[in-house]
Design a protein around this ligand. Structure first.
Ligand code: KIV
Length: 257
C-alpha cells in the first residue's frame, strides 16, 4: 500500500519512472532507478519473438514475474494479465489472485476502457490494486499499431474510458501511443497518474520496454529511443571470450581447480 501511495502522490509533483523487466538480473539492475517495474506481456514480442501478445499465457507471466520478484526491492511490482484471462469478473478475480499469490506482485495491469469497468470494479472491491492501460491496446490489435487521438471519436472515447477506469478504482494507467495534446488533456483531467509510452512528455510518468532502451531489440517504433547499445557490449565480451578460448588463455590457473 505504501508503494502505491508513493506513486499516486507523485502526480503533478515529480515524474514516475517505470520500466519493464522479465527476469531477476535485469530487475535487480534497474530497481534502484525506477518507481515501478512492470512484467509486461510485451515479453511475447521482446523475448519470445511472437508477432502478437495474444500468445502469452498466464503460466509464462507467472514464471517471469517470480523471477523478477527476486530482483525487486524498492519499486512497485506490477504484472500484466495476459489475453483471455480477465473476460468475466470471476475469471479475472481467480486469475489475478493466482498471479498475486504465486508472484507476490503488488498490483496487476489490464488493457481496456469502459468495456472492462465492471471487471476493474470487482477486482478493486476484492482489494486488488489495478493499473489501467488505454490508447494502443496490443491485446486487441490485429495488424499494425496506430496511435490514438487523430479522430474526434477516438478523443471522446478516451476521455470516457479514462474517467470510467478511474472511477472504477485504478491507481494509475498507461497511455500507449496517444497524440500529445490528448495525452496532456487526459493527464490534466485525471486524478490518478498517467504513465506514457509514446504519449508525449505531458504524462505523469514514462515507461519503456527495457530491451528497447538497451538496444537489444533494435526496435523501429517511433517512440522508442535507444539510450545505450548493449549489443555492442555483449559482442565485445563474447569476442574476447572466443579469442581467449582459441588462444588457450582461458581458463588459466586462476579459473581452474
Ligand atoms: O507489455 C508491456 O510491456 C506494456 C508496456 C509497454 C506499457 O504494457
Amino acid at each position: 500500500m505504501e508503494k502505491i501511495k508513493k506513486i499516486i502522490n507523485k502526480k503533478d509533483k515529480s515524474k514516475i519512472i517505470c520500466l519493464t523487466a522479465y527476469s531477476k538480473n535485469i530487475a535487480a539492475v534497474i530497481d534502484e532507478f525506477t518507481d515501478l517495474i512492470l512484467v509486461g506481456d510485451s515479453l511475447g514480442f521482446a523475448l519470445y519473438g511472437y508477432n502478437t501478445t495474444r500468445k502469452v499465457t498466464l503460466k509464462m507471466m507467472i514464471e517471469h514475474a517470480k523471477s523478477v520478484r527476486l530482483g525487486v526491492v524498492n519499486s512497485l511490482l506490477v504484472v500484466d494479465m495476459p489475453y483471455n484471462t480477465y473476460r468475466t469478473k470471476s475469471e479475472a478475480l481467480k486469475n489475478c489472485k493466482k498471479v498475486i499469490k504465486e508472484t507476490k506482485c503488488d498490483a496487476i495491469k489490464l488493457e481496456g476502457g469502459m468495456k472492462i469497468v465492471p471487471i476493474i470494479k470487482h477486482l478493486v472491491e476484492n482489494k486488488i490494486f489495478v493499473m489501467g492501460h488505454l490508447g494502443i491496446l496490443p491485446q486487441s490489435v490485429k495488424g499494425r499499431f496506430r496511435f490514438k487521438g487523430k479522430k474526434i471519436r477516438e478523443r471522446t472515447q478516451m476521455f470516457k474510458d479514462a474517467k470510467g477506469i478511474e472511477q472504477a478504482g485504478v491507481f494509475s494507467f498507461v497511455l500507449e501511443g496517444v497524440e500529445k495534446s490528448l495525452a496532456r488533456l487526459v493527464t490534466k483531467n485525471s486524478n490518478v497518474p498517467t504513465i506514457g509510452i509514446g504519449a508525449s512528455v505531458h504524462c505523469d510518468g514514462q515507461v519503456l520496454v527495457t530491451d528497447d532502451l538497451l538496444g537489444l531489440t533494435q526496435s523501429k517504433i517511433k517512440f522508442v529511443k535507444e539510450f545505450t547499445n548493449i549489443r555492442k557490449t555483449i559482442k565485445e565480451g563474447v569476442k574476447k571470450y572466443r579469442s581467449e578460448v582459441i588462444a588457450k588463455k582461458f581458463p588459466n590457473k586462476k579459473y581452474s581447480y
